[in-house]
Ligand binder design. Structure first.
Ligand code: XIL
Length: 364
């Protein structure tokens, strides 16, 4: 090869290499940008007003949603619709024990603080969720082999610490969550098993002491209808009320297309008759993945029925949905094969349920 041909070959190689580097860099930048965009979620387009928040307010109903930390941080559209449509939040996971104290004595308040600060900035009320529950406990606690006294001190200490931190800023708390088993017996959780039924009053006593002005709730899953579970809950609430320890009973209302139980209204009324307020705390309506579009109309009817049921009970003045967009809902993870459980779709567009919710709030 002559020297000039060799030079030409080398130059061509250099140009080729430089070109490849440029192409690669552009590809990386484009993919970063795409990732960033997808993390930022969809743009919130105007929803067909009036907002749910406004309609609920006109009806003296406090409308809330679960708040998830990741989209709170990353997704402007999520934040926009949340603030536009709701007047209250319940941190979905950020105030659970495993989130707050993953290692004994090492506290990670980031997510919970973020939720409370966001709420303060936008004039939203906060429902503290949840202090004493059997799930989402840190491993050091469940595997700790504590004796009765030790466990009781940990429980009451936790209540005091968490409520103390947010005193005056979180005005309502789910103090005890899901204490009753399906058959109406005490759930054999860490608390129920080790401390017996007395753990409930002990948790509420600690909560009253920690923040005497806060509204204290007992929250339950699957107790919407009459039956053994809600009978037991009723007895617990009667006793707590007698001791001046409870202000509100929360019914989660995780529903599906089976609809609102027929006995729900009568059930809520018998609790209200004890002199406590009623809250719907975690409403959603799961839809099978393989169901056609008519399933979304059926879902809309369930949401409307739920709103009507709450409105039919004078003491039911708070309703929280467990997420408001299918993009951020626990249902697909928790019940595979089921999803689309909320009011807005993945792209923050209104579903039939959204309009049905509006109509039900209007009373039509
Ligand atoms: C769920 C959250 O939505 C999920 O993200 C988490 O993985 C599990 O817990 N009852 C409750 C809620 O009181 O705290 C639960 O939330 C749903 C059932």
């Amino acid at each position: 090869m002559s020297p000039s041909v060799g030079r030409r070959v080398r130059r061509r190689r250099r140009v080729g290499l430089a070109f490849a580097v440029v192409v690669l860099t552009v590809a990386i930048l484009v993919s970063f940008q795409a990732q960033r965009e997808s993390r930022r979620g969809p743009v919130a387009k105007p929803l067909p007003g009036p907002s749910l928040r406004k309609l609920a307010k006109a009806d003296d109903l406090l409308l809330g949603t679960a708040l998830r930390d990741q989209p709170l941080r990353d997704e402007p559209g999520y934040r926009k619709d949340l603030v536009g449509e709701f007047a209250a939040i319940s941190p979905e996971n950020a105030m659970k024990w495993d989130a707050l104290e993953p290692e004994r004595g090492k506290f990670t308040w980031g997510g919970a603080d973020r939720a409370v600060d966001f709420a303060a900035k936008h004039g939203l009320k906060v429902r503290g969720h949840t202090l004493v529950w059997h799930a989402q406990l840190p491993g050091w606690l469940t595997g700790g082999d504590f004796d009765r006294g030790g466990l009781l001190r940990l429980m009451t200490g936790h209540v005091k610490r968490v409520m103390g931190r947010y005193k005056g800023r979180v005005k309502a708390w789910d103090v005890v969550n899901e204490a009753v088993a399906e058959d109406g017996s005490l759930r054999q959780s860490l608390w129920g098993k080790e401390l017996g039924p007395g753990f409930i009053a002990a948790a509420f006593e600690a909560a009253r002491k920690a923040d005497p002005k806060a509204r204290l709730a007992i929250n339950e899953i699957g107790a919407e209808s009459t039956g053994p579970k809600s009978d037991t809950l009723l007895r617990i609430v009667r006793e707590l009320k007698r001791q001046g320890l409870v202000d509100e009973v929360g019914f989660q209302a995780h529903f599906n297309l089976d609809g609102v139980p027929e006995t729900m209204e009568a059930n809520l009324k018998r609790f209200a008759a004890l002199g406590v307020d009623i809250a719907i705390t975690e409403a959603d309506v799961g839809v099978p993945d393989d169901a056609g579009p008519e399933a979304l109309d059926a879902q809309a009817k369930v949401y409307a029925e739920l709103v009507k049921t709450c409105r039919a009970v004078p003491r039911c003045r708070a309703l929280t949905v467990w997420g408001y967009t299918d993009r951020h809902s626990w249902i697909p993870d928790n019940q595979p094969g089921t999803g689309r459980a909320t009011l807005l779709d993945d792209e923050l567009a209104p579903k039939p349920a959204y309009r049905a919710f509006q109509d039900a709030l209007r009373g039509s």
